[in-house]
Design a protein around this ligand. Structure first.
Ligand SMILES: [Zn+2]
Length: 460
């Protein structure tokens, strides 16, 4: 099969009307139905319920049935459990000692997770943080912030204007991140109730301790890395419900996806994938890819996964209202349920397609070297990869090295090598995806140019 394609010269290949991946792929009616089953009403009701716990500060009380983070965790657990018997629901607990500026006493950090087993062990995560925070800005500090503080910076003194030990004050956290948590709970429901079987195991996780420094995500990601669990991607949703910016600009038609570099990292590949799949299933919504790990000077739970070697992106509303974040004003009345539902549908489409597809092909050898060479002529591009379980075909992608997204692609058969004659591996970036029997395609694995080894020069 490979030989059939290998007869093309570069000119022939580029002159062919190469269809884009989006044109070739059919919409899977089962995925479309899953996307359509996201409920705006449920999302809104969940945000309101989460706001009802008075606070979900990680250091708030854990022994009260109605208020504080303990009650919220129990409630989230119950939502997962009620959604479907197919979900394996568990608390993911860590006891941590007092440390740093923000963890002012020993505490339990409790993530809540629901697992929908797939036919393979590889996992795909969707996450949101259910803890909340409302800073108490002292009058003097507030005046400073209002007078000269840049938008988004309420930090007005050495403590950030906040007493980290006072954790029981009102902190509704409706958008940050009740919205992401509601999205996670809704996705658990629609995926588990669909009756569909997925190749990947899906994990729906509500994380704690984000406001204290991504604590719940770090602890979970560290454990997953130590246990050598394969996590193919993390869809981290943090603030997905605000449409009116603090500057009055309204945007309910787009969402941002932040992904860390370098340009062909697995996280960037995942971001491109989300945009491509969302364009098929939620065409009215624009996915804006941002080539950054997060917003300027800010962070989120996906970074904890990235730092432990897992691909993951941050999905966030296009317009933030900084004045409401981390205050008593982060309330459900400012969360746009229809917008939240569209963002949930973007997650559903990409996550379902990724989970139905085989895993992305491995394009490196066991020592991590990209399997890309110039054979057979010495001026060709010869791609090699390891077969993905369940794949029936592969798609080879390439693009000029100074471009952000794939320009050319071709479906090849069930092979593990492919040659593009006279295409320079110096000038183009290459990648390959795996296609399953139902036509679902994996994320693209790129052949990453390895960094040059440092060679120190000795001076006499
Ligand atoms: Zn947040």
């Amino acid at each position: 099969m490979g030989a059939r394609w290998a007869c093309f010269s570069l000119i022939t290949v580029l002159a062919l009307p190469v269809p884009s991946a989006a044109q070739l792929a059919d919409i899977d009616p089962r995925v479309a139905e899953l996307v359509a089953s996201v409920s705006e009403t449920r999302l809104q009701a969940t945000v309101e319920a989460l706001q009802g716990f008075h606070t979900r500060n990680t250091l708030s009380r854990q022994d009260d049935a109605r208020q504080g983070i303990g009650a919220a965790a129990t409630w989230i657990h119950a939502q997962f459990t009620a959604a479907s018997p197919r979900l394996q629901v568990a608390f993911d607990d860590y006891e941590i000692p007092k440390q740093g500026d923000r963890i002012v006493r020993d505490t339990r950090v409790r993530n809540v997770m629901a697992t929908l087993p797939g036919t393979s062990a590889r996992r795909i995560y969707v996450s949101g943080h259910y803890d909340s925070l409302a800073r108490i800005v002292r009058p003097a500090a507030a005046a400073t912030a209002a007078g000269g503080g840049a938008a988004g910076q309420r930090v007005a003194d050495a403590t950030g204007g906040f007493d980290w030990g006072n954790a029981d004050n009102l902190a509704p956290g409706a958008n940050d991140d009740g919205s992401g948590t509601a999205l996670v709970i809704e996705l658990a429901r629609v995926f588990a109730q669909s009756g569909l079987e997925f190749d990947a195991t899906l994990v729906f996780i509500a994380l704690a301790g984000e406001e204290q420094g991504l604590v719940g995500a770090k602890l979970h990601a560290q454990k997953a890395a130590a246990d050598r669990i394969r996590i193919d991607g993390v869809f981290n949703n943090d603030m997905v419900g605000n449409t009116v910016g603090g500057n009055g600009i309204v945007d309910a038609e787009s969402v941002r996806v932040f992904a860390e570099g370098p340009e062909d990292s697995a996280s960037r590949a995942m971001a491109r994938y989300i945009r491509r799949i969302a364009a098929r299933y939620v065409p009215s919504h624009t996915v804006r890819l941002i080539a950054r790990h997060d917003r300027f000077g800010r962070g989120g739970d996906h970074t904890a996964f990235n730092q432990n070697g897992f691909a993951g992106v941050r999905i966030t509303e296009s317009n933030e209202n900084y004045a409401r974040q981390h205050t008593v004003d982060d309330t459900a009345d400012a969360v746009d349920a229809a917008y939240m539902a569209r963002n949930a549908r973007v997650n559903v489409a990409a996550m379902a397609t990724m989970a139905m597809a085989p895993g992305a092909p491995q394009v490196t050898d066991d020592r991590g070297r990209p399997q890309l060479g110039r054979q057979p002529s010495g001026y060709d591009a010869r791609l090699q990869w390891k077969a993905s379980d369940g794949a029936v075909a592969y798609r080879v992608y390439w693009r000029e090295a100074w471009t952000p997204d794939w320009q050319y692609d071709v479906v090849v058969g069930n092979v593990t090598t492919f040659v593009l004659p006279n295409v320079s591996i110096d000038d183009y970036v290459f990648g390959v995806s795996a296609i399953g029997p139902g036509g679902h395609e994996s994320v693209v694995s790129a052949y990453v140019n390895p960094p040059r080894a440092e060679q120190a020069i000795t001076v006499k």
